[in-house]
Design a protein around this ligand. Sequence first.
Ligand code: IMP
Length: 427
Amino acid sequence: MPVIAAVGGQWGDEGKGKVIDQLAEAAQLVVRFSGGDNAGHTVINPHGEFKLHLIPAGIFYPHVVCVIGNGVVVNPAVFLKEKAQLEKRGLGTGNLFISDRANLVMPYHRLQDNLEEKARGGKALGTTHRGIGPAFADKAARLGIRAGELMDKDAFRERLGSVLEYKNRLLTKVYEAEPLSFDEVFEQYMGYAELLAPHIKETTAMLEMAAREDKVILLEGAQGTLLDPDFGTYPFCSSSSPLAANGCLGSGIGPTDVDCVLGVYKAYCTRVGAGPMPTELHDETGDFIRNRAGEFGTTTGRPRRIGWFDAVAARFTRRVNGLTGTAITRLDILDVMPRLNVCVAYRLDGKIIDYFPADAAALERCQPVYEELEGWLTDTSAVRDYEKLPLKARKYLERMEELMLCPVNLVCAGPAREQTITKTPVW
Ligand code: IMP
């Protein structure tokens, strides 16, 4: 039985939460491996509608062990709030673990995120203001504090003392902000320590055991490949890697154990925050899709930017993830569109190109070259078999396969669990 990484193929918000919720039924373990509470996974299932930022979308199955991996930065307040909300609605959290190696989001991270965005003025990145960038920067700078460190009060006091002294110098001297009180932060995090203790654990041994026993393990990605600091629209990107390769680094599973990599794509494109998006629609079609699909950020509520499906970008994200298959979500949103555009190339400075440029300024100048396809003008939300989809919808999906050079495994035509069509099994 396989280890499957499910990753976003666009700019995030592709519907990974729904796909993971669906696949988790057959899994024994679901591991979140990147990002932090900047992510927003909406899940609609028989328990109701949930918006998860940190807790893996496998939490709805009592038999599934959920792990927040070492590659995630954890804001304890957000974790505890989410856990309380799940428990209030009758869901168990006894099978929920946080890697002792996961870095913590500290109060100064959120402050720094806000202050840095403010300092960027008109050039703001449009972050989620959750402190995620500063938390990952501190991890790389070896200034991070890890979940496991909360379990040793004296060591935590010493570590926080030295880090906070540095952070307060930064806050006061660079940003001219107020310093944070050591006692307040210490007491707050010691309070969290008590509540987090049952969840903090060394998690790599449990994953190795599950892999050896041939259990199904899902590696749950956050954000999307085009927000990756290496392969995304740098610097308009997030700060941890949403790629499948980071599914290994962010969980402690070796690359030789991963069997399938599923890329999740919307049937069109969306983006939140600043940065280039070649197929963006600045017209009433974009507004129509946004309103029809309710495209507003799960984490920030911001209206999402809308565009046609970008097959140049999708082919690129297929490549850098080594996808074995794809899930295409929100097909039903396009049910009422008489004609659809798919971007098959870009026009850059007068030349036609078929690659995704590394340089954000060049990408900003790229004009989409579209292929027009006919819409199917039929409600697909009740279709359960691929062959029962309207011919024109199948043509659209099969053209996506040709352009991405990757098979479609799943098609989602609505938010509920049962509104998923298997074209070919994921594994
Ligand atoms: P940060 O991750 O909060 O630093 O934000 C950096 C960029 O990534 C911004 O453009 C955000 O809007 C975007 N971003 C971060 N997380 C998500 C997500 O889960 N979905 C979509 N966009 C995201």
